[in-house]
Design a protein around this ligand. Structure first.
Ligand SMILES: Cc1cc2nc3c(=O)[nH]c(=O)nc-3n(C[C@H](O)[C@H](O)[C@H](O)COP(=O)(O)OP(=O)(O)OC[C@H]3O[C@@H](n4cnc5c(N)ncnc54)[C@H](O)[C@@H]3O)c2cc1C
Length: 430
């Protein structure tokens, strides 16, 4: 067989099979074929190895083969990882903390890890990184009260402020040392940044923004479910060959577990080597982003939310007033955000925030699947809508067919008189 000068394409025209039909000539994109003495000839240097000539030859007179460059095989690595999978045990939850404040999503994930651990007969551990050991110990105790059996704790001067490199390096070091089977991280801004960097270093893969986690009863893999194709399809993903199985989950997707002050456990401490000289970024000052944090939606007990039915930006003032009287926060549907009536940080739903308040008042919101994904776990849903057939009424605890712009001020007046400035849930256990 003839080879081109790069040795990439090997072609043979079997002369005694060629009948000179010239079918191959017009289909050749680089004009590498031509007729000579009544049979096909090939300019091998022009040939791109597309194989179109092979398909149209009625007598199978053209044989083409591409010399396949041997890529480094990943199979042996995967096999090696497969054999070591058994070494990975337990479910870990990364405890996110910044400036001495743990993120509540960490506790939600400990609750979820406890549920999954029952099916795996595994232990639940928290993993905490930070700058000061004594501060981390407070969170370690809290993690155990929320359900962790043990806590892996690591501190280093370089972990005082969150930076991707030292946190990722630190977490990778501990994961490689203790080998958890599952690693769960909150899908917060920090968590998303960290999880991607850690998964890349561990070559572990990551299912981001999961809305559901389950253990497959047959193979005991973690099934990680998340919306895909713009939310039209739910994909359940599992990781067969590599450990740990990594997922991020948005705040409020999982319920907050109850705290048991009597629960204690073991703390395993590591002093990490993360030389500052090897870290390119330095934190000069920490400034709270007022725009992102002012919606106050994430952990509000009461949310008064408005949609396209509110008609215009100015009408959101009636929602703000009701939210103020109920000591709650204002939320919005995407239609209201897209109309420019409120900032995107207020958007609730699939592409906004997920909330789980005690009381959700939906005003002029139809109840699309994308909106419901962000609020359907609210304890009590009150829907105010002019259309008695609006889908929001299917999930509402109480439905009110009314014009929200007129009805909400009436509600506000009643609550103002009844509550006289008190928090509607003050002193009421969830
Ligand atoms: C990939 C993707 C992601 C998305 N993500 C989100 C998301 O995160 N969050 C989200 O909300 N949407 C999201 N959407 C958009 C979603 O599909 C809907 O278009 C949106 O939720 C509709 O908002 P709405 O209910 O305010 O408006 P509409 O569906 O137009 O409903 C308005 C409602 O107001 C009622 N109404 C009208 N006037 C009044 C009045 N005076 N008083 C009371 N009721 C009144 C009407 O009867 C109607 O039911 C997403 C869509 C896609 C494709």
């Amino acid at each position: 067989m003839a080879k081109n000068s790069k040795g990439k394409i090997i072609v043979e025209i079997i002369k005694n099979k060629c009948i000179g039909c010239s079918n191959c000539i017009p289909v050749c994109p680089p004009d590498a074929l031509f007729m000579k003495d009544g049979i096909a000839e090939l300019d091998i240097e022009k040939c791109i190895g597309c194989g179109k000539c092979v398909k149209v030859c009625p007598t199978n007179a053209i044989i083409i083969e591409k010399a396949i460059k041997k890529e480094p095989q990943i199979e042996p690595l995967v096999s090696a990882q497969k054999s070591s999978i058994a070494a990975y045990k337990g479910i870990w939850v990364f405890i996110e903390q910044e400036h001495n404040a743990p993120h509540p999503v960490s506790w939600e994930l400990i609750g979820e890890a406890r549920r999954l651990a029952l099916k795996l007969s595994a232990a639940v551990s928290a993993v905490i990184l930070g700058g000061k050991k004594e501060e981390l110990e407070v969170f370690a105790r809290e993690a155990m009260q929320f359900g962790a059996d043990s806590v892996y704790m690591a501190s280093s001067e370089s972990l005082l402020e969150y930076r991707t490199k030292p946190y990722a390096e630190g977490l990778v070091q501990i994961v490689n040392k203790y080998k958890p089977e599952i690693l769960l991280i909150g899908a917060t801004t920090l968590g998303r940044d960290l999880a991607g960097a850690v998964a890349t270093r561990l070559k572990a893969g990551l299912t981001a923004d999961c809305t559901g986690l389950e253990i497959n009863t047959e193979n005991l893999f973690l099934e990680m479910t998340r919306p895909t194709f713009g939310g039209n399809v739910m994909a359940t993903i599992f990781c067969e060959n590599v450990r740990p199985q990594m997922a991020t989950v948005r705040p409020h997707v999982m319920p907050m577990p109850k705290k048991d002050a009597a629960r204690v456990g073991k703390i395993i401490f590591d002093d990490l080597k993360l030389p500052e000289a090897e870290i390119d970024t330095k934190v000069i000052e920490f400034i709270v982003d007022a725009v992102c944090s002012d919606s106050g939606l994430h952990y509000a007990d009461v949310i008064v939310s408005g949609g396209r039915g509110m008609g215009k930006a100015e009408n959101f003032s009636v929602l703000r007033e009701l939210a103020f009287v109920l000591c709650g926060a204002v939320g919005a549907s995407r239609a209201a955000v897209d109309a420019g009536w409120v900032d995107h940080s207020y958007q609730i739903g699939q592409t906004g925030v997920t909330v789980r308040p005690r009381l959700y008042i939906a005003c002029g919101i139809s109840g699309s699947i994308q909106h419901r994904m962000g609020m359907q776990c609210s304890d009590c849903i009150v829907a105010i809508n002019t259309d008695k057939n609006a889908p929001i009424f299917d999930i509402a605890t109480y439905g009110i067919v009314a014009d929200a712009i007129k009805f909400v001020p009436v509600l506000t007046k009643i609550f103002r008189e009844k509550l006289a400035g008190k928090n509607v849930f003050a002193g009421v256990e969830k």
